[in-house]
Design a protein around this ligand. Structure first.
Ligand SMILES: [Zn+2]
Length: 358
């Protein structure tokens, strides 16, 4: 059996790392196209112009929804660029990935927040003008380079780090479940042990450093705990899902994005809560689930639907989340063996345990 593990060719992390972007990309690109989140550009403009002095580079500011039309507009201005460097949050990076995809160019990611694990991966989320997700598209190769500047990330509001922890929290349980259920990873193969080892390290890192990292994020001062959690959120979680696979925690999100109140919560908050639902679906004992509920609350992640702004959910509302959990996109890689009734029961069990603890 052939199994694939993949990831960026090089990953660089530390305070001020963006200042090294010129040197780091010297051999990789002669004519870079920089697609920069419009809100981030003022904070990095000076460093970028220093980094690319003496090299013809194009800088395009990006704002708004990642649609095919928006990507095409960027592509038209790409001139004869030989590499796309995306700088920003989720949407800025996805827009840049889209440009790299359409032009068949290598991609470099410079995340400005650690709210999700997409910078190391090949996937991008494409929306329509009504902000509805229409497709997940994939660039053929992993990013050539990921540069994670922890001072830039520490300057962002602490809630981004928190939600990134929610997205990362699930990865160990999802990768292990994917293996148990025979689900393939996002290279379309079975899992090498490396992916599971990284997924486990991701979880242990959050448990050990999560609380201290949140304190550092509130102070906007990256310390060792902050470095550890950024590495878990961006690198470990990214490698874990792409080479490990996803499971119930991300499947439950399909229901949460349509649920009253909860719909508007960020992705990582959905996943952080849905991790608890996965543990309940798996039949873990109360002590185990209560322990993870305690972790969620210690860093400010939701542990109940009420904490996701869905107060007093009715049985019908819970049944609807459970139903949507079982409906995946065509060709999706997540395996959902539990039926809607079992999933609804798991949600109710988490609600009970979370109430008992609060
Ligand atoms: Zn996710």
């Amino acid at each position: 059996m052939i199994r694939i593990f993949g990831g960026p060719t090089r990953y660089v992390q530390g305070p001020g790392a963006i200042g090294e972007l010129g040197t780091l990309t010297e051999r990789l690109t002669k004519r870079p196209l920089l697609v920069v989140d419009a809100d981030v550009l003022p904070f990095v403009e000076a460093q970028l112009s220093t980094a690319f002095t003496g090299r013809p580079s194009i800088t395009l500011a990006f704002r708004g929804e990642v649609t095919h039309a928006a990507i095409d507009l960027l592509v038209e201005q790409a001139d004869d660029a030989d590499c796309v460097i995306g700088i920003g949050g989720g949407k800025g990076l996805d827009a840049a990935k889209g440009v790299a995809f359409k032009l068949g160019l290598p991609f470099i990611a410079v995340p400005s927040i650690a709210s999700n694990d997409s910078p190391t991966g090949r996937s991008m989320a494409i929306y329509n003008d009504e902000h509805v997700l229409v497709a997940i598209e994939t660039i053929p190769d992993s990013p050539l380079l990921v540069v994670t500047d922890t001072q830039l990330i520490a300057n962002a509001p602490a809630r981004f780090l928190r939600t990134g922890m929610g997205d990362a929290l699930a990865k160990k349980f999802e990768a292990e479940r994917a293996v148990a259920d025979g689900a393939s990873n996002f290279f379309g193969t079975g899992q090498l042990r490396t992916a599971l080892a990284i997924a486990d390290a991701c979880y242990q890192t959050l448990r050990e450093h999560g609380v201290a990292a949140m304190a550092a994020a509130e102070r906007h001062e990256p310390d060792e705990a902050f470095e550890a959690v950024v590495e878990a959120n961006v690198l470990m979680a990214g490698l874990a899902w792409e080479s490990g696979g996803l499971s119930y925690a991300h499947a439950v999100v399909r229901g949460l994005v349509k649920a009253r109140g909860a719909a508007s919560a960020p992705h990582g908050d959905h996943v952080g809560y849905a991790t608890l639902v996965q543990l309940a679906i798996e039949g873990r004992d109360d002590g185990f689930i209560l322990d993870v509920i305690g972790f969620n609350r210690s860093v400010g992640l939701p542990a109940s639907l009420a904490e996701l702004d869905m107060g007093s959910p009715t049985p019908d509302e819970i049944a609807e989340i459970a139903r949507l959990t079982t409906i995946g996109p065509k060709g999706g890689r997540i395996i959902v063996n539990a039926d809607p009734g079992q999933i609804a029961d798991a949600i109710k069990r988490v609600e009970q345990l979370a109430t008992r603890e609060s």
